[in-house]
Design a binder for this molecule. Structure first.
Ligand code: SAM
Length: 285
């Protein structure tokens, strides 16, 4: 029986070509085929490292049909390396569907790790790194965007978002509406490139800075937004305020409407009000 091939996800530099790992070069050289997001872009990388492997394009718009084709080729024994324009394949880039199809078909998928803008930005951001969420790009559709923004309102983990420079000012304004103008964030720009920079401040600070034409003209290059989560203390204070207007019975009923059973609802309401369950029970009587 023919031996099965393998799929390699190969991370490539996000700016500085020296970040290309020797193993990434070797994997691309030895693969039977390179599936690249944009072959015109990747050819520059291949030329730089004198890699002569044949390329095929694998992008957002052919990701499903092409994933089937690539899996079939791997089943026939080919080794396929997947690269994107920059950074880690499958992270806000093509690759995710291919990985799923390959695993379904029993094809081995392995990684040649390397740069990823999200994690690199988090590390230099100065924001808490212990717990974080990656939100990629906010949706462009108005309704979906609103839903996603709302979902971030009470997020206590550090949030990482990608954004294109021409949309940055608008995105900052919309995030500030939901998270509050005093929330701290870091704008991490042009990582590993000549104009690499970490700017740190509140939404208010950045909104003032980019309020006019001249300010917006300053926004150039590739950005990652790293936003501090809501503090637990702030979240608890807001909840206490929201519950202050409720009677004990309304408070318990609210938790029941959220799907908690009576016992759990009482436990939560008592905790919110800083009283014991027994005290709450007596108030309800
Ligand atoms: N797969 C890539 C990765 O692992 O980082 C991300 C691809 S995503 C389509 C492109 C976005 O990543 C950009 O819009 C920007 O937000 C961010 N990005 C990519 N390179 C960057 C860099 N050198 N500095 C800052 N952000 C960067």
């Amino acid at each position: 029986m023919e031996e099965r091939g393998k799929i390699y996800l190969v991370a490539t530099p996000i700016g500085n070509l020296s970040d290309m790992s020797p193993r990434a070069v070797e994997t691309l050289r030895e693969a039977d085929l390179i599936a690249a997001e944009d072959t015109r872009n990747t050819i520059k990388l291949l030329n730089h490292f004198e890699i002569k492997t044949h390329m095929t394009s694998y992008h957002e718009y052919n990701r499903t049909e092409k994933a089937y084709e690539l899996v079939r080729r791997a089943e026939q024994g080919e080794t396929i390396a997947v690269v994107t324009d920059a950074g880690m394949p499958a992270i806000s880039d093509p690759g995710e569907v291919l990985v799923r199809f390959a695993l379904d078909a029993g094809i081995e998928v392995t990684i040649v790790p390397g740069p990823c803008a999200a994690v690199s930005a988090l590390a230099v951001s100065g924001q808490p790194t212990g717990r974080f969420v990656f939100e990629a790009f906010l949706p462009q559709d108005k309704k979906e965007r609103k839903v996603r923004l709302e979902a971030l309102r009470d997020e206590t983990r550090t949030m990482i978002l990608y954004e294109a420079p021409h949309r940055l000012a608008r995105t900052l304004a919309e995030l500030a509406e939901v998270l509050g103008r005093e929330r701290q964030l870091s704008l991490v720009r042009e990582l590993t490139k000549k104009h690499e920079e970490v700017q740190w401040g509140s939404f208010s600070h950045f909104l003032q800075r980019y309020a006019d034409e001249a300010g917006r003209a300053e926004i150039r290059g590739e950005y990652v937004l790293v936003i501090a989560g809501k503090s637990e203390a702030e979240l608890r204070a807001e909840e206490a305020e929201a519950f202050a207007d409720l009677t004990p019975a309304e408070h318990v009923a609210w938790y029941e409407s959220q799907g908690f059973d009576r016992k759990e609802a009482m436990k939560k309401a008592a905790k919110d009000r800083g009283i014991s369950r027994r005290e709450l029970y007596h108030m309800l009587l």
